[in-house]
Ligand binder design. Structure first.
Ligand code: SF4
Length: 459
């Protein structure tokens, strides 16, 4: 006689690791790529490579230096494309530390994700619509919202302090292309008018008399380009402002030039800040900007470890969604797992690339980002699942699914907000108005593209 209970037990399916669209564990090895594969740096010693001074001295600033560094590995077509781009399209000048160059796939530079945004070529750009007609230099109107020069007061309780306008590396898609970096043929940069010392005093003074603000992002540019004594002095004074409870230091240099954060004087300065933050009950964190898993190496992890060990609250990543760089669930998940498993960095945000001039080929449509948000859910711990956000002009960050209305044909999304920015104290419609954001035109259906062509003809 068959025992029905036994029968039931033997047919129960046990749960297990199912086949998934994204495969974990990661396949990529976490190693420092050998810099001796770069013809121009073949003779660099480990001591030189790990020296911030050496890295800065050998940072690529021109096509000539790029050619010297890459030699025969740089296809002539790519060199010509970058040259034409610098002349006709680029909004940022060339600036790539050897550390970043060494994370590129030298076998296929044309298609390398890091090359695509650090060394853009003319051929990469969108031919018909290199810029969206609504693109603007300061697309987020950060300077319009300066409470004092360099201090953007957009959100109710947090501010952005732009403490300098340079970085150790210049990213092609930089949202602050209006202010950051050197002039290029297409863009004459704006410059701070108030001398640095006075600017910092004005920022601190504003924060002392504005108790509504509790949170300061200290950015630029990149704080890795501020002498550590200057950074320490400014951040230390911020901590003396009783209402300031959160301070985040923004640096892509932590990834692009980790050697900077491994220097004794920098470590000592940061350590003193971490100690003071602890004593004052201030949360001090670092925010970095990594767009691809390739960029994370053991040297980056070492610098992060030192920062965390000295008592920083966290190191978080704010990447940018860029077509051809990281616009797949696989690329985003690989990056996030590498951040978590190897680098000790918390995935935090991915922003849509902002609507600056000549950025269309990088930008994603809102619905593409919504698809990516969907596709990355469930893999990472909830606290480390990054939010995909759209930084809507005159609004601020909105989660990508918070769109109020969306005209997919014309690629216009409509957003609302629940607070007034610093420039709307008397605007009765600030909280009821709908604010627009635009998808790249080449992603629209033919009818939507025709709308914009007609719009352009009328303008
Ligand atoms: S590091 Fe940040 S501020 Fe500097 S160029 Fe890149 S995106 Fe712009």
């Amino acid at each position: 006689m068959t025992d029905s209970r036994t029968q039931a037990t033997t047919t129960v399916r046990r749960a297990g690791a199912a086949e998934q669209p994204f495969h974990y564990p990661l396949k990529r090895e976490f190693v420092e790529p050998d810099w001796r594969r770069l013809p121009g740096f073949r003779d660099a010693t480990r001591t030189e490579w790990e020296s911030a001074l050496w890295q800065r001295k050998h940072t690529i600033k021109s096509l000539k230096e790029l050619k010297e560094a890459l030699g025969r590995l740089l296809p002539d077509t790519l060199l010509a494309g970058i040259e034409r781009d610098q002349k006709d399209r680029a909004t940022m000048s060339l600036l790539v530390p050897p550390q970043m160059l060494n994370t590129m796939n030298l076998e296929d530079l044309w298609n390398d994700p890091v090359r695509r945004y650090m060394l853009p070529a003319y051929d990469d750009r969108e031919p018909e619509w290199p810029s969206h007609p609504k693109a603007q230099r300061d697309s987020l109107h950060e300077a319009d919202m300066w409470a004092v020069e360099g201090l953007t007061h957009r959100y109710p309780t947090k501010v952005l302090a732009e403490v300098l306008s340079t970085c150790p590396q210049y990213c092609g898609h930089c949202t602050r292309m209006d202010l950051v970096g050197n002039d290029v043929p297409q863009v004459e940069k704006h410059r701070f008018e108030v001398p640095q010392k006075t600017r910092y005093e004005q920022i601190l003074d504003y924060l002392r008399r504005t108790p509504q603000v509790r949170d300061v992002v200290v950015s630029g540019g990149d704080v890795a380009n501020l002498p550590i004594a200057v950074l320490e002095n400014f951040v230390s004074q911020l901590m003396d402002v009783p209402n300031i409870k959160d301070i985040r230091l923004a640096t892509k240099g932590l990834m692009g030039l980790p050697q900077h954060f491994l220097q004794d004087d920098v470590l000592k300065g940061l350590e003193r800040l971490a100690k003071k933050a602890h004593e004052r009950g201030v949360d001090l964190a670092v925010h970095t900007h990594v767009n691809h898993a390739q960029s994370l190496t053991p040297l980056v992890a070492k610098a992060v470890r030192r920062i965390l060990d000295m008592g920083f609250r966290d190191v978080r990543n704010q990447g940018v969604l860029l077509r051809g760089v990281n616009n797949s669930a696989e690329a985003l998940l690989e990056l996030c797992f590498t951040l978590l498993d190897h680098a000790g960095i918390m995935p935090y945000y991915f922003y849509l690339c902002d609507m600056i001039p000549n950025a269309e080929h990088w930008r994603l449509a809102v619905h593409e980002a919504q698809g990516l948000q969907h596709d990355i859910m469930g893999y990472l711990p909830g606290f480390a699942t990054p939010r995909l956000v759209c930084d809507v002009p005159f609004v601020g960050k909105r989660w990508i699914n918070q769109v109020k209305e969306y005209d997919r044909d014309k690629g216009i999304s409509y957003w609302t907000k629940n607070y007034r920015t610093g420039i709307e104290p008397d605007d009765p419609e600030a909280l009821t108005r709908r604010y627009e954001y635009y998808d790249p035109i080449y992603t629209l259906p033919e009818s939507g593209q025709a709308y914009w062509r007609a719009w352009r003809a009328r303008s």
